[in-house]
Write a new protein. Structure first.
Length: 366
């Protein structure tokens, strides 16, 4: 009988255990490297909103009868409900490596439903859903549904300084479904070409017509500018929509940023044009103020909001306080419609062309 020495014990038991542990650790590291390519992010938001000179409720007693009315609110997207209200819960799943990737952007709640208003069934929670392939550093193809490239503002409240939205954003496209090619010409210049379903038909194409999109961008450390184009038939009508849009923003100092958006949209004489400036001032590391000053004009042959040749001016002053992932945004907004247009009901149920409102929103981003 051979004696088992310490050195043999090491060879028989400890060395194999160390090898198994080493292989297990290596496999775990490889797995972690693989899973690290996946990402989960998103946000939740809620708010309180009230009008200073407008109707704040949808149920009103007129005489002795209960009547359902529309509370006064700007004719823009999202954050228009009176009292305490919810925005949306947003969960974004992503994967990326050197060549391929995908994004699944899911939304739940009123803001999300309004953003995907032409979708039905299970697709009503899909804000974005696309996969992409990077041919090289200069060319990338994307197939699926993505949020619009036009305009200054976006659907998610995390990426906007103002919590409420502009008229130009609200009456432009929200999302596109199709295929696009993104080009990187050099360190500063980029481009994009796309073939897409009609605007906001994100689930599928029910009318068999397509739109064409393009973008030219210029970016440096201090800011960027993007010229955007959209053209195509958006309905069974043979009339094509044309929209041209310029979006730009620049850090003028370490604490002062200035953004600008101007756009023109026309479908056989019906449409709008407008411009908005977005000055933003950082007062401390976690608090800033931002103003949106917008002019919006409907075309003489037909408008998309109140009617032909109607103009709207809107001023929105927003504070933004951030601690960790929580963002608190108090906001004062003034909307005015031209020619005494009866756009809003006041508290005496009389029509008014001006509206002053206030909201405070809480947004948590992760």
């Amino acid at each position: 009988m051979h004696a088992i020495t310490f050195s043999k014990l090491i060879k028989i038991f400890i060395v194999p255990c160390l090898l198994v542990f080493s292989f297990s650790l290596q496999a775990q590291e490889e797995e972690n490297e693989e899973t690290s390519k996946f990402s989960i992010s998103g946000s939740v938001d809620a708010y309180f909103r009230t009008n200073f000179n407008g109707l704040n409720q949808s149920e009103e007693i007129v005489g002795s009868d209960a009547v359902t009315l529309d509370p006064a609110a700007p004719a823009t997207s999202f954050a228009n409900d009176p009292g305490f209200a919810i925005g949306m819960a947003n969960v974004i799943l992503g994967y990326e490596n050197d060549k391929v990737g995908f994004v699944a952007d899911l939304v739940f709640g009123p803001r999300g439903e309004d953003a995907v208003f032409l979708s039905q069934g299970s697709a009503q929670i899909v804000n974005q859903l696309y996969a992409y392939y990077k041919v090289n550093d200069a060319l990338k193809f994307t197939l699926g549904n993505w949020n619009t490239y036009l305009g200054y503002e976006v659907i998610s409240p995390v990426a906007n300084f103002n919590y409420s939205t502009s008229y130009m954003f609200s009456y432009g496209p929200f999302s596109h479904t199709g295929i696009k090619a993104d080009f990187s010409f050099d360190d500063n210049w980029t481009g994009m070409l796309a073939i897409m379903n009609p605007t906001d038909y994100t689930e599928y194409n029910p009318i068999g017509k397509y739109s064409f999109g393009g973008q030219l961008g210029y970016s440096v450390d201090g800011g960027s500018a993007f010229l955007n184009l959209l053209y195509g038939e958006q309905s069974l009508s043979d009339d094509s929509l044309f929209q041209i849009d310029l979006t730009t923003g620049w850090d003028l100092t370490d604490s002062f940023y200035l953004g600008l958006n101007t756009t023109y949209q026309d479908t056989d004489g019906t449409g709008f044009y407008g411009a908005a400036v977005y000055p933003q001032l950082s007062l401390t590391d976690n608090f800033g103020l931002g103003l949106r000053a917008e002019y919006f004009k409907e075309l003489e042959d037909g408008g998309v909001v109140y009617g032909a040749n109607t103009s709207i001016t809107a001023f929105t002053l927003t504070g933004s306080f951030q601690t960790g992932g929580l963002i608190i945004k108090p906001e004062l907004r003034l909307d005015s419609v031209s020619d005494n247009y009866p756009a809003f009901l006041d508290r005496d149920l009389q029509p008014n062309s001006d509206l002053a409102s206030f909201l405070v929103a809480a947004i948590y981003a992760f």
